[in-house]
Design a protein around this ligand. Structure first.
Ligand SMILES: NC(=O)c1ccc[n+]([C@@H]2O[C@H](COP(=O)([O-])OP(=O)(O)OC[C@H]3O[C@@H](n4cnc5c(N)ncnc54)[C@H](O)[C@@H]3O)[C@@H](O)[C@H]2O)c1
Length: 289
């Protein structure tokens, strides 16, 4: 299948990622069915579309006609049978639970035309864990967007051993067409590129803090002012949630048992104290003022 053959895209999951991936695809001219089992999540995604598009019109980024054409191409539905039927390309963006994703892959494989490509936006599960649920493993790969998907340029396309060259190329091409700057991983690896590099930075930053080489403020200051990162590692962990850092590293540690994967004592302590960052008002920094 070629890019020109993609007419309809279905996005399964209307949460943080799914509602923005759906909008991104619709903005670029595709018919989009955004599917979720939760009516509440679909209503939120629909409300977002109904405020985002007029916002683009008032900023002069879209004409009224373009906005109404895009809106007409966006369907929000609980009905996966109707939503995935006739879709040429799927992005699965449901909750990060393997069994849930496996079920969605089985459904999409049954419903979608045999030529269609099925991708997952999972942050950590490689698509070889899902490809076996389908009769088209060659048409399965990872297409990993970053949050917020409408803004962040990077998309990681991960080619598994089962993925056909053509599928990886088409996914790269689609990402470019959506205005992204995709990167190709030629083989599967835990954490892909970005989350591995981020983990390495976070681990080093935690080591420097725990060995009292410098304060969190100074480490963040060095990373922003010398390396040009928009946020230092501690501010970023506070933003994304120290509970998330804890769960990701604990899960990995349970899996590998390797000393290098053991969560840092600081993360374990902050997790136990409920100091999870911005969401709890305190993390590495205090947010109560
Ligand atoms: N949040 C991020 O920063 C981020 C970034 C990149 C990738 N991801 C990945 O994207 C995926 C979704 O993450 P999110 O943050 O949008 O999660 P979310 O919790 O905001 O949304 C997940 C959605 O999946 C829906 N869902 C659950 N089971 C379903 C089912 N059986 N059928 C249909 N819908 C179902 C839920 O109702 C929910 O709306 C995950 O795999 C995650 O790893 C997340």
């Amino acid at each position: 299948m070629k890019l020109k053959d993609i007419n309809k895209i279905c996005v399964v999951g209307a949460g943080n990622m799914g509602h923005q991936i759906s909008m991104l695809a619709a903005l670029n001219g595709f018919k989009v069915d955004c599917i979720d089992s939760s009516r509440e999540q679909l209503d939120k995604a629909e409300e977002f579309a109904d405020s985002y598009l007029p916002g683009r019109v008032s900023k002069g980024k879209l004409t009224e006609e373009e906005a109404s054409r895009i809106r007409a191409n966006l369907v929000f539905t609980q009905d996966i049978e109707a939503g995935a039927a006739e879709a040429d390309f799927a992005v699965e963006a449901v909750t990060e639970v393997l069994e849930v994703k496996k079920k969605i892959f089985r459904q999409l494989d049954r419903i979608m035309p045999p030529k269609a490509v099925i991708t997952t936006n999972s942050s950590f599960f490689v698509s070889s864990l899902l490809a076996g649920e389908t009769k088209r493993p060659d048409k399965v790969c990872n297409m990993h967007f970053f949050n917020p998907a409408l803004v962040m340029k990077c998309v990681e396309v991960v080619k598994g051993q089962h993925t056909a060259e053509e599928t990886a190329e088409l996914t790269m091409e689609l990402a470019r067409y959506l205005g992204k700057v995709p990167v190709l991983l030629k083989k599967e690896i835990y954490g892909f590129l970005v989350n591995r590099i981020l983990a390495a930075i976070n681990n080093e930053a935690l080591y420097l803090l725990e060995t009292e080489v410098a304060s969190a403020e100074d480490i963040d200051s060095a990373v922003t002012n010398a390396l040009g990162h928009p946020l230092g590692p501690f501010s970023l962990m506070d933003l994304t949630g120290i509970d998330l850092s804890y769960h990701i590293t604990m899960e990995r540690y349970r899996e590998t048992g390797a000393a290098a994967d053991k969560p840092s004592p600081t993360i374990v302590e902050k997790y136990a104290k409920g100091e999870w960052g911005k969401k709890t008002g305190i993390g590495f920094y205090c947010y109560t003022d």
